[in-house]
Write a new protein. Structure first.
Length: 295
């Protein structure tokens, strides 16, 4: 018994030392990529931002290859969105790169799955928004992702299946911003699938035409239209939008009116609610993830 106890204590000690070494390695890697994350968002020169983005991706992947890296939170990377699923089955990293003309953005990202043995299972996300004219038309995979910087994720269930609704923004261009909402699921092989027929609403000039596999609102750059889940109401809250010029087809003229509509999860779909009176008007998501304006 004493021998067995000695072996158990020895193994426990080795495990603790290994875990401490892994954490120190992760902290060192985080310190190395932290300035790169800042440069991606804030440097005035596109080539510098582009190179920082490439180096950041390589550094992040190296860090995530550390055993049990899923547990490590990169708290100092304030310009990189990292969200854990409510059931901790995965986490998703997203960020954006302002392009050379300073008026367009490309989103970047990856999904890290939790694994039993602590090994890395990572799905890189490739933004194809620039190359599609119909971003709401189909279910998409990691190779043809409609990019967004995610600021919230919620989990719902239907028929014993998990559904993860993502909320994200895209600074789009110089005149308008987009906010996205879509449902993430996983196929039989565990691969991510973005979108599906999960939105039930009547069409109007402000909403995507049905059938819509993901939901988008586009509005004036300086305006901040609310699109987020309200846990107290157990509903998604969406700001009513109006055009400053009386033309709802001009998305860059749309601003919040001060009232709200939204969606409620019913029967495996987000069903439109035309009028929500109890909503919190605060539309902020995470200001630290928004690129600082040029001086």
């Amino acid at each position: 018994m004493r021998v067995l106890l000695f072996i158990f204590l020895l193994l426990a000690g080795l495990t603790t030392v290994t875990a401490q070494d892994d954490r120190m390695h992760m902290q060192q890697m985080e310190d190395e990529i932290k300035p790169l994350a800042y440069t991606i968002m804030n440097d005035n020169d596109f080539i510098t931002r582009f190179r920082a983005d490439s180096a950041f991706i390589r550094g992040l992947v190296r860090a995530l290859r550390t055993p049990h890296s899923f547990r490590y939170r990169f708290d100092s990377l304030t310009s990189i969105s990292q969200l854990y699923a409510p059931d901790s089955s995965f986490r998703i990293f997203t960020w954006q790169l302002q392009m050379e003309d300073m008026n367009h953005f490309r989103q970047k990202g990856a999904i890290q799955m939790r694994t039993a043995d602590g090994s890395l299972k990572l799905f890189p996300l490739f933004d194809v928004s620039k190359y599609t004219e119909a971003p709401v038309d189909s279910v998409r995979n990691v190779q043809n992702w409609i990019g967004a910087v995610y600021y919230n994720i919620i989990q719902t269930k239907y028929n014993n299946r998990n559904y993860y609704t993502l909320f994200g923004y895209d600074e789009n261009d110089a005149r308008s911003t987009k906010k996205w909402m879509e449902v993430l699921t996983f196929d039989a092989n565990g691969a991510p699938l973005f979108g599906g027929r999960y939105f039930n609403y009547r069409e109007d000039d402000l909403k995507p035409k049905q059938p819509a596999f993901r939901f988008c609102v586009e509005f004036k750059k300086e305006a901040n239209a609310k699109l987020n889940y309200d846990p107290e109401l157990d509903m998604i809250v969406l700001a009513h939008l109006v055009s400053e010029e009386g033309d709802t087809k001009k998305k860059h003229t749309l601003v919040p009116y001060g009232t709200f509509e939204g969606f409620k999860w019913l029967g495996g779909r987000w069903v439109h609610q035309p009028d929500i009176k109890e909503a919190n008007p605060d539309a902020r998501v995470n200001p630290d993830q928004t690129r600082k304006k040029q001086q």
